[in-house]
Ligand binder design. Sequence first.
Ligand SMILES: NC(=O)c1ccc[n+]([C@@H]2O[C@H](COP(=O)([O-])OP(=O)(O)OC[C@H]3O[C@@H](n4cnc5c(N)ncnc54)[C@H](OP(=O)(O)O)[C@@H]3O)[C@@H](O)[C@H]2O)c1
Length: 305
Amino acid sequence: MKAVRIHDYGEADALVYEDAPIPEAPPDGVLIKVRAAGVNPVDWKIRKGLMRAMRPLQFPAIMGSDIAGTVALTGPLVTRLKEGDHVIARVDGAYAEFAAAKTDAVAPAPTSIPLSHAAGIPIAAGTAWTVLFDSANVRAGQKVLIQGGSGGVGIFAVQLAKLAGAHVIATTSGPNVAMVKSLGADEVVDYRAVDVASAVKDADLVVDCVGGETLKRSFGLLRKGGLLITIVSPPEEALAKEYGVSARFERGNMNGIRLQEISGLIDAGKLKVVIEKELPLAEAKAAHELSESGRARGKIILRVA
Ligand SMILES: NC(=O)c1ccc[n+]([C@@H]2O[C@H](COP(=O)([O-])OP(=O)(O)OC[C@H]3O[C@@H](n4cnc5c(N)ncnc54)[C@H](OP(=O)(O)O)[C@@H]3O)[C@@H](O)[C@H]2O)c1
């Protein structure tokens, strides 16, 4: 099969479109014919070796984690899925014509959007869900700020917080302001044009999808006793103390049950996937460069078949 692999850590040039063996489905898993792979910032972080302590690779390694596709083969222990099912999953090795997954990582793909767009769901929507519902237990009436409302995770976080009944404020810039408003945000702050600290005060919850200085400045936007959750890097405990807030780092959980709920919300017309760009698999390098620019608005998709 064709796949995009790396043979060592490196820049986007390290991505090689080449032949690779088809993976084997585990007895309690499936082989999926990939229609499209979603691109996430973690993909280029892995490629560069920035995640090697947590996610060490064996080379050559197929890149990518998010897929949408069709079940091609089922393992002998599988009863819940059958050949031909349209599915989404988080896998190891997404940028390829075939990917293997355990059944508990697999969910039905939404039927109301193109299958290729569904590849944008697993990591981004699964992480937004984890942060808002598992970790923050977001409730109706809370003032919630999403830092980076136009990014892959942000687009889902804005919509899910709104579905929970929160008053949702999001930061983004320029032409992305209108897009994030269209996702239901009550207020959108253009962080390039306005000082966010003067526009947002006393938030109950800040979800930081940006990191760096934005993360540091997020502490001062919360009410006393408020909660800051960042998905980028561990926050400084000293700052949390200084501002009288709680702060923590969270990692997304994208199991099949979670993904099935998300597919259901999409088919119910309550959640949208925003696509920045679809590119052929062979153009993974351009996709990584775009993701690494930090300017993607919604999800980047690699079309496989
Ligand atoms: N912990 C986890 O499990 C987990 C899971 C998923 C992602 N992540 C991490 O979370 C981060 C976000 O991921 P993502 O997929 O959402 O990224 P992304 O799609 O690359 O985010 C790009 C978006 O961020 C916006 N942005 C950039 N700087 C901003 C700023 N200073 N203020 C507000 N918005 C800003 C950009 O809008 P403008 O162009 O208008 O600036 C752009 O639309 C990445 O670091 C990723 O690795 C972690």
